[in-house]
Ligand binder design. Structure first.
Ligand code: 3PG
Ligand code: MG
Length: 396
């Protein structure tokens, strides 16, 4: 790997500016899912164990370049202290005197948390002056924010050029898992791509068909492919104006030797609501007044067969309307089968994206997956084959 890890940099006696992604969901002032905070612990512990002073840099929400009280990282001080089991010293700005004061006030083993980097307009503009202001605070830059690596911001990209830089443990784990899934995977490889729209995932599909052996398409986007093939989908969510794009992707897959798997049977209902009366029909049998809300059991069986024939799985997006009962059935069944094969050592399974992780959690399958990414947009852009500026900047 061309990037440095924590093992490659001296940390003793150094102030280590550590970019993390603790952009966690909150409700009524309480963190509702602390996963992203918990995941930075190995990096923090490693730096402290080796005599470094941890100074956390992070964004929170989208304040658009000015202070917004609700998006202060001050709200996360207790959650960070609790997740790390350490005293947290808060600095009310990520540069200048407040930041220096917080660093000076921290004792050995304390963690400094600086205010939301996005309170400065220079953050999203990747302003060299802001990056220099942050760099002046420390000796080493560690980027542990894979899930923000698709942003070329001052604290993710600019800063990496100004100090000796390394990937943190979470960043390292993410990059290794993604490399194992798409970079140099054990073949055959299957990708499962679901979700509502082809239009948001054209680049993803176009890249995947050149990299994987099997592509399972589900969710609303499968309907668009069915329409493109002349199959009636009733009132289903489908982007009829994307039919030509879908045909192009099918052609590209053929040329690359990638087999596309579309639903062979469907679960249809008359209303998009939980508990709506539903029936299983062969694909092509969708009545004009009905909509497809999930893949049927024959499709699930076909997906099981593909999983059984593959050694690596990469998954982004649900196969049906998993958010309403009972239309998550195909997603849940496929997730559990992937989990079972992973447990048996037959499959390397990697998944990412907010909806996907929620679906895998709901299926009770997440624990057994080889790796679940903490990233949404960054995972997608990486799957699209795009350069992640936060990662590239670590390459030197
Ligand atoms: C995320 O939550 O996906 C990351 O923290 C990036 O946030 P952003 O989409 O606001 O850049
Ligand atoms: Mg996002």
């Amino acid at each position: 790997m061309a990037w440095k890890s924590l093992d490659d940099v001296a940390l003793a006696g150094k102030v280590v500016l550590t970019r993390v992604d603790i952009n966690v969901p909150m409700d009524g002032g309480k963190v509702t899912d602390a996963t992203r905070i918990e995941k930075i612990a190995p990096t923090v512990e490693d730096i402290i164990a080796r005599g470094g002073q941890v100074v956390l840099l992070a964004h929170f929400g989208r304040p658009k370049g000015k202070p917004v009280a609700e998006m202060s990282l001050g709200h996360l001080v207790d959650a960070v202290a609790q997740a790390l089991g350490r005293r947290v010293v808060f600095g009310s700005d990520c540069i200048g005197a407040p930041a220096r004061a917080a660093i000076a006030a921290a004792g050995p083993g304390d963690v400094v948390l600086l205010e939301n980097t996005r309170f400065h307009a220079g953050e999203e503009q990747n302003d060299p002056a802001l990056a220099a202001g942050m760099a002046a605070l420390g000796d080493v830059f560690v980027n542990d924010a894979f899930s923000a690596a698709h942003r070329a911001h001052a604290s993710t990209e600019g800063l990496a050029h100004l100090l000796p830089s390394a990937a943190g443990r979470l960043m390292e784990a993410e990059l290794k898992a993604l490399e194992a899934a798409l970079g140099s995977p054990e073949r055959p490889v299957v990708a499962v791509v679901g979700g509502a729209k082809v239009s948001t995932k054209i680049d993803l599909l176009g890249n995947l068909v050149t990299k994987v052996d099997h592509l399972v398409i589900g969710g609303g986007m499968a309907n668009t492919f069915l329409v493109a093939k002349g199959v009636e989908v009733g009132t289903s969510l489908a982007e009829r104006d994307m039919a030509a794009t879908a045909l192009e992707i099918i052609g590209k897959a053929k040329a690359a030797g990638c087999t596309i798997h579309l639903p062979v049977d469907i679960v249809v209902a008359r209303a998009f609501k939980a508990g709506a009366a539903s029936e299983v029909l062969a694909v092509g049998g969708c009545p004009a007044d009905a909509m497809i809300l999930d893949a049927g059991p024959a499709t699930v069986a076909a997906i099981f067969a593909v999983f059984a024939a593959c050694k690596t799985l990469i998954w982004n997006g649900p196969l049906g309307a998993f958010e309403i009962e009972p239309f998550g059935a195909a997603t849940i069944a496929a997730a559990r089968e992937a989990a079972r094969l992973t447990r048996e050592g037959a499959l390397v399974s990697v998944a990412g994206g907010g909806d996907t992780v929620a679906a895998l959690n709901q299926a009770g399958a997440a624990e057994d997956f080889t790796f679940i990414s903490t990233a949404g947009g960054a995972f997608l852009e990486w799957m699209e084959g795009k350069d992640l500026p936060g990662v590239s900047a670590l390459m030197g």
